[in-house]
Design a protein around this ligand. Structure first.
Ligand SMILES: C[S@@+](CC[C@H](N)C(=O)[O-])C[C@H]1O[C@@H](n2cnc3c(N)ncnc32)[C@H](O)[C@@H]1O
Length: 272
């Protein structure tokens, strides 16, 4: 039986304060991924936030990119992170204070941003749309708060590009289904430009990078999570799960393990 409710811990329906530490650790691991770092650097360069501008980070998590934006708009600009998860927002506030960053953080939802029309120069929204049931509405909200000429960078994963090796061909579709079920909108990556155009924004550039996961550090919990999700949804048997995990461990031991997914970034502006 498949459960239609997104299983992602980042979906607002699943807010769990006790999970803050685990979510923070997951975001820190992702932030250290070379593919994430490259795509972030690319998108920040294209977005080109300047001193004096008003920047917004939608669904800012631990606030790492809000702080980057705050540096870029300093000394007289402003950078605001909107984050509905109280635990993550507290982490963002603490880290900004520790770093001496003027970034500030607001409670709020991407679907109804707590900001007036046309009051923001640059918007960053990374790996949030995949967790929303109505991402097009969130992009329309971003378009609403952007001033004419304002710029936006959307970054998101496309979970249909997920590759895990080795895995028996007979269970690959089940693993794919389990991975996609973990996000409300798992194909967000390929839809970024369409959402931007649909919100009346003009797309300037599309970039991408592949997130390769290192078996020695992060892959084991990810793989266990996927195998557990596939098993919980009755997509694979216990025996198939155990064989998958044993095969992946064995492959990791001889350097033959592979886990990757593609992430996209689209940069656009609001026409004047
Ligand atoms: C995968 S995390 C990404 C965090 C951060 N943007 C980053 O890239 O590190 C997804 C974030 O989206 C937030 N989120 C989920 N639903 C949201 C909503 N409806 N409005 C705004 N943010 C939301 C989560 O709380 C979480 O911080």
């Amino acid at each position: 039986m498949s459960d239609p409710r997104p299983t992602s811990a980042f979906h607002t329906a699943n807010v769990d304060l006790a999970a803050t530490e685990r979510l923070t650790a997951a975001l820190d691991v992702q932030a250290a991924n070379p593919g994430v770092r490259r795509l972030r650097a690319w998108a920040h360069e294209r977005l080109a936030a300047r001193p004096g501008e008003r920047a917004l980070d939608v669904g800012c998590g631990t606030g790492s990119e809000t702080r980057v934006l705050a540096n870029a708009v300093a000394p007289d600009g402003s950078a605001t992170g909107v984050e509905p998860h109280p635990g993550l927002r507290a982490v963002a506030e603490r880290r900004a204070a520790e770093a001496g960053s003027p970034a500030r953080f607001l409670d709020g939802d991407a679907l109804a941003l707590p900001l007036p029309d046309a009051g923001v120069d640059v918007v960053w929204c990374e790996r949030v749309l995949q967790h929303l049931d109505d991402p097009a509405r969130a992009v329309a909200e971003i378009a609403r708060v952007l001033c004419p000429g304002g710029r936006v960078a959307l970054l998101d994963t496309d979970w249909a590009t997920f590759v895990l090796h080795p895995a028996d061909p007979e269970i690959r579709p089940a693993l794919s289904t389990a991975v996609r079920a973990a996000a409300a909108t798992p194909d967000a990556g390929r839809r970024l430009t369409g959402w931007l155009a649909g919100a009346g924004l003009s797309v300037d550039e599309l970039g991408s990078d592949v997130l390769l996961h290192d078996p020695r550090t992060v892959s084991r919990p990810i793989v266990q999570g996927i195998a557990a999700a596939a098993r919980a949804k009755d997509l694979i048997t216990e025996e198939q799960r155990d064989r998958l995990l044993a095969g992946l461990d064995e492959a990791a031991g001889r350097g033959a393990f592979h886990l990757s997914v593609t992430m996209f970034a689209a940069v656009a502006h609001r026409p004047r």
